[in-house]
Ligand binder design. Structure first.
Ligand SMILES: Nc1ncnc2c1ncn2[C@@H]1O[C@H](COP(=O)(O)OP(=O)(O)OP(=O)(O)O)[C@@H](O)[C@H]1O
Ligand SMILES: [Mg+2]
Length: 241
């Protein structure tokens, strides 16, 4: 579904990513982890078309979309949810969902209503606040709305940067469970998340990025053991763990 091959990318003359390859299939969640500044968001921005890679390719459904503009990628079924819950504060929760629906592949009203019902079942607080301004939502509720906007758009591939940003820890498991159910319906999902312990149970595969390079790529269930191995290898070589 989404195949990123040998990407080199950065900001002007500042290189960040070196030879990064990741892929995600329909129905699958890929978890990307790495320290602050490792290049995780840069990777999502590159896939989303906001940064043109110097080298490498991004393929969507087998089609080379490297360098395509973000709006074109959205039309091709790619959706990026940035950290910091970007919703439109001065319109209602429902109107935010309507705007999200602008990117739906078909504009059937019944399908949109069903998607909104689904969102409100998963996050009942959005039902309560459906006609409130989005600015009146808490940070966690805005994150739910940002995901709701993406959900009603029915993307084929969802890229989600740090869904935990600004959230009470207790809110993260329901959000991740929602993403898990969403993926199971056939969407390919990439999640960047620092809270490995909470995110790992929903991840089919995991990638660790270190200073712009893929250091580990493995099944989600093997990530802890792989991290342990890497830490032991560093200790043995005298590097800080
Ligand atoms: N707009 C920019 N211009 C120049 N350099 C940038 C820009 N945005 C990020 N960088 C640099 O690129 C590198 C990777 O940043 P990036 O935001 O991708 O890291 P990250 O892994 O997402 O980190 P975090 O966990 O803090 O979100 C960092 O060194 C950062 O300073
Ligand atoms: Mg980031």
């Amino acid at each position: 579904m989404l195949e990123v091959q040998n990407i080199h990318s950065g900001y002007g003359s500042v290189p960040v990513l070196r030879d990064v390859s990741v892929s995600v299939n329909p129905g699958e969640i890929l978890l990307i982890v790495g320290e602050n500044g490792a290049g995780k968001s840069t990777l999502l921005r590159t896939i989303g078309g906001f940064i043109r890679p110097e080298k490498g390719t991004v393929k969507l459904n087998g089609v080379d979309v490297t360098g395509h503009a973000p709006e074109s990628l959205v039309r091709s079924g790619l959706r990026l949810v940035l950290d910091g819950h970007r919703v439109f504060p001065e319109i209602s929760v429902y109107d935010n969902l309507r705007l999200g629906a602008a990117a739906r592949p078909s504009n059937d009203k019944a399908g949109f209503n069903a998607a909104v019902d689904n969102i409100m079942t998963v996050f009942p607080i959005l039902k309560e606040k459906l006609h409130n301004y989005a600015r009146d939502l808490s940070g966690g509720q805005q994150q739910m709305l940002a995901l709701g906007q993406a959900f009603v758009a029915q993307p084929k591939v969802l890229l989600c940067d740090e869904p935990s940003t600004g959230l009470a820890q207790a809110l993260l498991p329901p959000i991740l469970n929602f993403l898990k159910t969403w993926a199971a319906s056939g969407t390919a999902i990439i999640i960047v998340e620092q809270h490995i312990d909470i995110a790992l149970p929903v991840a089919d595969r995991a990638v660790v990025i270190e200073r712009g390079q893929v250091k580990i790529s493995c099944a989600g269930k093997d990530l802890k053991a792989e991290l342990q191995k890497a830490s032991e290898a560093r200790a043995a070589s005298g590097l800080p763990t």
